[in-house]
Design a protein around this ligand. Sequence first.
Ligand code: GLC
Ligand code: CA
Length: 555
Amino acid sequence: MDKTWWKEAVVYQIYPRSFMDSNGDGIGDIQGIISRLDYLKYLGIDVIWLSPVYQSPNDDNGYDISDYQAIMDEFGTMEDFDELLEKAHGRGIRIVMDLVVNHTSDEHKWFIESRKSMNNPYRDYYIWRKGKDSQTPPNNWGACFGGSAWQYDEETAMYYLHLFSRKQPDLNWDNPNVRKEIFDMMTWWCDKGIDGFRMDVISMISKTSEMPDGEVNGLYGDFGPFCVHGPNVHKYLQEMNEKVLSKYDIMTVGETAGVTPEQAKLYAGENAHELNMVFQFEHVESDGKYGKWTDQKMPLTTLKKIMSHWQTELYDKAWNSLFWDNHDQPRAVSRFGDDRPQYREISAKMLATCLHMLQGTPYIYQGEELGMTNYPFKNPGDFRDIESINAYQEWCVDGPIPHDAFWPCLTFKSRDNARTPVQWDDSAQAGFTAGTPWIAVNPNYKEINAKAETANPDSVFHYYKKLIALRKQNPIMVYGKYEALLEDCEELFAYTRTYQNEKLLIVCSFCDHETVFTIPEEFLDMPCLISNTGQEYDRKEITLEAYEAFVLHKK
Ligand code: GLC
Ligand code: CA
């Protein structure tokens, strides 16, 4: 297995709108990020994944781009971006950009042209089809954010495809001009000195030419078999690799919902010449009750099975990316841990241990290092996210599910849980803004904030800092081979890592009561690398506290 910097790195995701506001307009911005670089340096992360900062009308908070080579007015200017890049690099921090090229905004100049006429030179940049008639779209596919995946456009009396919102028309990757424009744009960013790309829904760029109805699931048909891992996706990524990626020392990670380990090896195999790694979603997407919506935690045995499968299948063949949450997911501690006050800190540390000891590149989502929690939503009007707003409308207001049944599911999984402002201190608006934030601050900011966390050596923050530092000193954390223990246990997630003549034992309790663990012979009297309690592990039978985690190191 090749050693590379991006395998050894820890990535920190910034969702700029909610990170830090520098000018009091209530919206996070690039100068805000610059003002917190020292905080990130102190935490010890190596790479920032910057969610989109490009020009955008913000139908989907920047994931609808109207100009790939300009910065969103609310976030600053290209000079601000260049300053960010320079100051991050000055601190040894790399910057990976979000690349959203499955679709553009409908306000992108290509789309404005495309919709004008059937013979416009940009017509074929997007996916246009005749409807069955002006009331009936070409097929029954549903969009990810609700409604049909087709939008009728009066100008030419045809429909365009949008797998997300109707303001996010899908690009036609089969058009070589589209690919060329995208590759040129990527080259422009690489030449600026950025350090990589996180590729938004990259597994959806290639569609089948036949577009039949999909299997109906809820109100609409599933586009999956025709648009996800489509016929030419690998061809196009290999072309991208050849024309752009291979020319730079950058890291790439593809967002590939629904991916299996077999497919991941095609996208990110050691010799696949496509991407460095992909995000898989089995551990965050196999739990829905109404579509993706649920209020249930996944059983631990299911979670372990998924994680173990990925650890084993990709070993020596491809590279894992590791995450509990991101801007599309609820807060890790609320979802996989326990956010009740007495368990929040210990379970947040346990989750961090469990993830950072696995093989792969760990991703920390902003605020996770503070143990930030889900937001206590009270009313539908509390939401800002297009997905949550549309889901409430479609499932409850217009649909069959009673409010009381749907509400707990919506609030447990809403993307807005992750999008409330980062809690910097205990002053008004958690120090995020001097004005009114675009989305409410979590009321628990007086207890949970970066100022308190950095001041307390036993905090979640300092625990993350320690884990990151340990990764730098112990190649076994990066390269060691994974082996699962206690696969049928519903309380403990335990595994080992083996590298050269060293071995790690990782034991994490996922339950709110005591459990007993028997230390395997070979780890008796071995030193403890990290633990989230003060306990000694110097005997065979260990009684673990609720959410205790520890790592023993045999050398
Ligand atoms: C990805 C992004 C998500 C966005 C969607 C459409 O899943 O992570 O935030 O809404 O793509 O671009
Ligand atoms: Ca601002």
